[in-house]
Design a protein around this ligand. Structure first.
Ligand code: ZN
Length: 247
């Protein structure tokens, strides 16, 4: 499920006052899991149940980490600390209406709930105090105890696609036809030398050695000419002629 879609579903549940008390979220990346847990928690506290940060009082308090009803346990790798669990249980057993009715805790590594401190938390998950929401995160859902899984609403988050970096001018030129490549010379000559070198080096490492090995040598030659000779315009022409012939 996509992150946005999952958040929207939970907003619906909150609006209908049917929020789950335990949620297990699975994804390969701890960073994505932590982000999701933080975003969902913020929505739970938001005065308007807003997915965007609407800057309401509670959203601001959440951002400044000053909500007493929110606890984040674990860092995704270490075993769960018993003292933290005891503190959490004490804190959440007290009734407080300070922010809103909910208390939320996040556990960054639900697969580690097998040790002693995990056991005490297990009890807490099985019999949660009123209006307590547990968001359990895992990078390995097959390692999570079945007793936990059976009590949780499972959300398998889709991996987020890395946004592609935009192609620089050199990489764009490489996609053009023969004539357009040659006509790019005036554009390239206008670019400041150090900037052009940086662009060529970026294109070399990112595209040329992967997809256009036949112009690798010419690219290095042009970088070299730009750095050490004054025949910049000539070097650019030579490069583009070569590229237009072999690409
Ligand atoms: Zn808000």
């Amino acid at each position: 499920m996509k992150k946005r879609e999952a958040l929207e579903k939970f907003v619906e549940q909150l609006k209908n006052q049917k929020m789950f008390s335990s949620i297990l979220v699975s994804n390969d990346s701890q960073e994505s899991l932590n982000n999701f847990a933080n975003e969902l928690s913020k929505i739970i506290f938001c005065e308007n149940l807003s997915i965007e940060n609407d800057q309401c009082n509670n959203c601001k308090r959440f951002e400044s980490k000053s909500l007493p009803n929110f606890v984040f346990l674990g860092d995704g790798s270490l075993a769960i600390n018993k003292a933290d669990v005891i503190e959490l249980m004490q804190k959440f057993s007290l009734t407080t209406n300070e922010v809103n009715k909910f208390k939320v805790y996040v556990l960054a590594n639900a697969e580690n709930l097998k040790n002693e401190s995990g056991n005490s938390l297990l009890k807490f998950i099985e019999e949660p105090p009123e209006n307590t929401i547990a968001i359990l995160l895992t990078k390995n859902k097959s390692q999570v105890l079945p007793t936990i899984k059976s009590r949780c609403k499972l959300v398998v988050l889709e991996n987020e696609k890395k946004s592609e970096t935009p192609k620089n001018l050199i990489e764009q030129i490489l996609e053009k036809d023969k004539n357009s490549i040659l006509l790019s010379n005036s554009e390239l000559k206008k670019i400041e030398k150090s900037q052009l070198i940086a662009m060529l080096e970026e294109a070399y490492g990112r595209t040329i050695i992967k997809n256009h090995l036949n112009i690798a040598e010419a690219t290095l030659q042009l970088i070299n000419d730009l750095k050490f000779t004054f025949q910049t315009n000539l070097a650019i022409d030579v490069f583009l002629i070569h590229v237009s012939e072999v690409i």
